[in-house]
Design a protein around this ligand. Structure first.
Ligand code: ZN
Length: 477
């Protein structure tokens, strides 16, 4: 007897990532009804069993769980390529642009970011920024999945630029206001859009708000069952603040105030020592790994291989176009594998299958969505991408007796091979055409917004000595 499906994906190289490997199915099929996957199996079996409203022929394509970007800052898409190759990324490169950012410009950045990533197969965005009008609404409109994190900090205006004081000055009122704004945002958006949009609480870093406000955020997180998404041990600057303020390093400090637990998704861990990694894993906290961004900003490879070896959960994140320039998760997978092989002088470190799982099943688990997405299994949300393997850079496609698809997707794909994207059972892109947003208009809007942002940065006399301008004068850009 025939069963009903809304979408039937047939004849693909299906990689479910269920279990502990990549879950390969030759001539595989996925049946979708409503927002869920209802069946995964052989094409012959599902084609006989299901009557579908829409059939997608995945011949010559890989069918994968949608990719999960576990940490990113979408408005910074406007800053692509203006913040590299400087010694102090935050102060010398980023801050002038961040100061000049307005809600309208931020939205133009988010729109560009989301479309770029969607075209490269990202279906879930763990986006982190000060909340502004239209942010969540855009995610709702485009139809992707989002785990939104409104930034909470208590930094006094411009305190990071004040070199006369060692410690940042806190503005407790600003911190309180940010906490209230985040809670209001959570009231409105947590589990909104049929559950596609959820919220995490985002104390920006352990050095960016006073301890009583860190505790307040944790109390609210526990009361509302929200995860905490936080930059942790992200470099010298934070290390100095923590040493001067508390006489402790970030991770032992967070442990002393009860922050290390399953509720914590800790991003970067650039400076984490082996014993700190052990402590984090033993407490059940997850790690966010942004290989491209930390490589470009700090020249460091964070200890993710150690984290995984101890049984910790690690998700991959692009961080932002301002830090790593590309927000394709394919790029992120390759950089993660490559950097770890170099760090450990061992080609077995971070094999292709492992980084592929970190962008799918393990990434979902790290951000608390293991029951919802990350694998192609009946009952999960239908977040599915089709990757065209017929491109020159992915050829030849070998299936039997030798198979080469996963290594090529990780080491050779760019993201431009993504053919179609489905999120929560809705086709958002087909044949590389985005169906839920106007790509040309969004690109034009981002171009104009970035030009406006640059003009307002240069109107501020504090920015006359921008590292970027020095490089231009020297004929290097
Ligand atoms: Zn970040």
């Amino acid at each position: 007897m025939s069963r009903r499906a809304d979408i039937l994906v047939l004849h693909g190289h299906v990689f479910t990532t269920a279990g502990s490997g990549v879950g390969y199915l030759e001539d595989g099929a996925v049946a979708i009804a409503g927002d869920r996957i209802v069946d995964v199996g052989q094409s012959s079996q599902l084609a006989a069993e299901y009557e579908a409203c829409k059939t997608l022929d995945a011949t010559g394509k890989a069918v994968l769980p949608g990719l999960i970007d576990s940490h990113t800052h979408s408005p910074e898409a406007l800053l692509r390529g203006v913040a590299q190759d400087v010694p102090d990324y935050m102060e010398k490169a980023m801050s002038p642009f961040v100061r000049a950012m307005t809600p309208e410009l931020a939205l133009a950045g988010t729109r560009l970011h989301v479309l770029e990533a969607l075209k490269a197969g990202t279906t879930c965005f763990t986006d982190y920024c000060p909340p502004y009008a239209g942010w969540a609404e855009f995610y709702d409109q485009v139809g992707v999945r989002a785990r939104l994190t409104p930034t909470i900090n208590a930094l006094a205006a411009d305190t990071m630029a004040d070199r006369t004081k060692i410690l940042y000055e806190f503005d407790e009122k600003a911190g309180q206001h940010a906490i209230e704004a985040a809670l209001e945002f959570a009231d409105r958006w947590h589990r909104a859009a049929d559950g596609r949009i959820t919220v995490m609480l985002g104390p920006q870093a352990p050095d960016m708000l006073p301890v009583d406000q860190l505790m307040t955020v944790m109390e609210h997180a526990q009361k509302r069952d929200l995860m905490i998404h936080m930059h942790v041990a992200q470099g010298d600057r934070e290390h100095r603040q923590m040493a001067h303020r508390y006489g402790m390093r970030s991770i032992p400090f967070l442990d002393s105030i009860g922050y290390l637990g399953e509720q914590l998704f800790a991003v970067h861990l650039t400076e984490a020592t082996s014993s700190e990694v052990e402590l984090m894993v033993s407490r059940g906290a997850s790690m966010g790994l942004c290989s491209g961004a930390i490589g470009l900003i700090d020249g460091v490879v964070p200890p993710a291989a150690e984290y995984r070896r101890l049984g910790g959960r690690v998700g991959l994140g692009t961080d932002s176009a301002s830090s790593n320039n590309s927000i394709s998760m394919f790029n992120e997978m390759k950089l993660t594998a490559l950097f770890n092989k170099i760090r450990h002088v061992d080609p077995r470190s971070m094999p292709a299958w492992e980084v592929f799982r970190m962008a799918t099943a393990e990434g979902a688990s790290a951000i608390g969505l293991a029951d919802t997405v990350g694998t192609l299994e009946a009952g999960k949300q239908a977040d599915v991408i089709l990757v065209d393997l017929a491109s020159l850079n992915l050829s030849p496609v070998l299936e039997r007796p030798i198979r080469n698809i996963v290594p090529n997707m990780v080491y050779a794909a760019t993201g431009r091979e993504v053919h179609s994207v489905i999120v929560a059972g809705r086709v958002l892109m087909e044949g590389r055409r985005i169906l839920t947003a106007d790509e040309a208009a969004i690109r034009k809007e981002a171009q104009e917004a970035a030009e406006e942002l640059c003009r307002s940065v240069l109107r501020d006399p504090r920015h006359a000595e921008l590292a970027l301008l020095e490089a231009m004068r020297a004929g290097l850009l």
